[in-house]
Design a protein around this ligand. Structure first.
Ligand SMILES: [Zn+2]
Length: 404
């Protein structure tokens, strides 16, 4: 079966020796090609996790976050960071990359700390990891100005220049952490303009509309001519605004060409802990953003660290939480699949390399499910993952029930 057609249908997919899809059609002649019989399983383009933190992944057992807040998580990691070696970072990150691969992810964009404790050590580690994992995962690295670095503008500018020289794929950071948020935002835009790299930032991961920076981001996106190349991750504060103000803000973001990534795991864990009752969900206004036609992706964010202690690396799980945490509806299962596949693929610039079409890389998720909606709703007991035409992971589950 083939994803992308008007309806699901039985088709053959021929993969060339270059690892790319050569041909798609009913009953293609096999010739001397090696055959992989899928027996009617769903064939989907591989999943794209556009917002993770591989450098911090799996530090859960090494620290604690007693308050369960974003500030608590940041402080906990700050205390641990000086002692983490590049090798430890790579080893832990690799376990997460492998877990994600086994569950169908073919590309990960990793926001990598640039902070006073580690400088660009994390970026160096991720550059090495990117090379190590290239055969089974396309990794992108965001230079992520965070923690105390957000208020050290000259130093952050120098660190970003080093990170760009090391080969990062995007510029990011957390303006809300800075004592000079607008100045940091400008530094990030300047850095993007100078390097030609896109921006993928953590924006307003809090629930205080008075501190929201959306209008400033929309203004700078227009001023720097970066429509379609700016991503605002989280954008939680949008949910804390009255709906008329939120609608005006959404319209500004749409006109400016800013994309949004929702991170339900982190938002559900970190936000709303000070609520006396009825704690908020902390997600951005997913429904309203989608209705406005703004590209909205969903992603894992942190996996087993002080920011989110859980996480299996399964993007379908994140898709489910987007439905549940984002108050989406029964008919949105297909939509959330797009939010962990086609939308992030476009947002991180995979372009024609991604998808089920002739010429695209054969990066595929093959799953035993009747429909995409079924797969999102309940997962699949069997998954095979292919990257550039090679099977990189295959899980088959046989029934343990014996029939008499
Ligand atoms: Zn993040």
């Amino acid at each position: 079966m083939c994803y992308g057609a008007a309806s699901l249908e039985m088709l053959d997919i021929k993969i060339g020796s270059d690892g790319r899809i050569a041909e798609i059609g009913p009953s293609l002649p096999a010739g001397d090609a090696e055959l992989l019989s899928l027996n009617g399983q769903l064939v989907l383009p591989g999943l794209v996790d556009m917002h993770q933190h591989l450098d911090k992944s799996r530090t859960r057992a090494l620290l604690d976050n007693p308050s369960g807040t974003l500030m608590g998580a940041s402080a906990a990691y700050r205390a641990l960071a000086p002692s983490i070696t590049k090798e430890q970072m790579i080893a832990r990150a690799r376990r997460t990359v492998e877990a994600c691969s086994a569950r169908g992810t073919v590309a990960i964009r990793s926001h990598t700390n640039i902070d006073p404790q580690t400088g660009v050590r994390g970026v160096e580690a991720m550059v090495e990891l990117r090379a190590q994992c290239a055969a089974f995962m396309h990794i992108q690295i965001v230079g992520h100005i965070t923690s105390g670095a957000t208020s050290m503008l000259p130093e952050s500018d120098a660190w970003l220049r080093q990170a760009i020289d090391l080969g990062i794929d995007a510029i990011g950071g957390v303006p809300a952490f800075s004592s000079e948020p607008v100045a940091l935002l400008k530094l990030l835009f300047d850095s993007a303009e100078r390097s030609g790299l896109p921006l993928d930032m953590h924006i307003d991961e809090h629930l205080d509309p008075a501190k929201a920076m959306f209008s400033e981001i929309a203004r700078m996106t227009r001023a720097y001519g970066m429509a379609g190349r700016v991503v605002a991750g989280h954008s939680s504060a949008l949910s804390a605004m009255p709906s008329d103000e939120a609608q005006r803000t959404i319209e500004e973001l749409r006109e400016a060409g800013v994309g949004i990534v929702t991170l339900p795991a982190a938002n559900l864990f970190l936000q709303g802990r000070d609520a006396d009752r009825l704690p908020p969900r902390g997600l951005t206004r997913v429904k309203e953003l989608l209705a406005a036609g703004i590209p909205v992706a969903a992603a894992s964010d942190n996996i087993q660290d002080p920011f989110v202690p859980t996480g299996s690396g399964d993007l379908l799980e994140i898709a489910r939480w987007t439905v549940l945490g984002g108050l989406l509806g029964m008919s949105d299962l297909r939509q959330v699949f797009e939010m962990v596949s086609a939308v992030p693929a476009q947002m991180i610039g995979l372009g024609a390399d991604w998808g089920i079409r002739p010429g695209a890389r054969a990066d595929l998720l093959i799953a035993r499910a009747e429909t995409i909606e079924d797969l999102v709703a309940g997962g699949a007991p069997e998954r095979t993952v292919m990257v550039e035409g090679r099977v990189v992971s295959s899980t088959t589950t046989q029934s343990h029930l014996s029939t008499p």
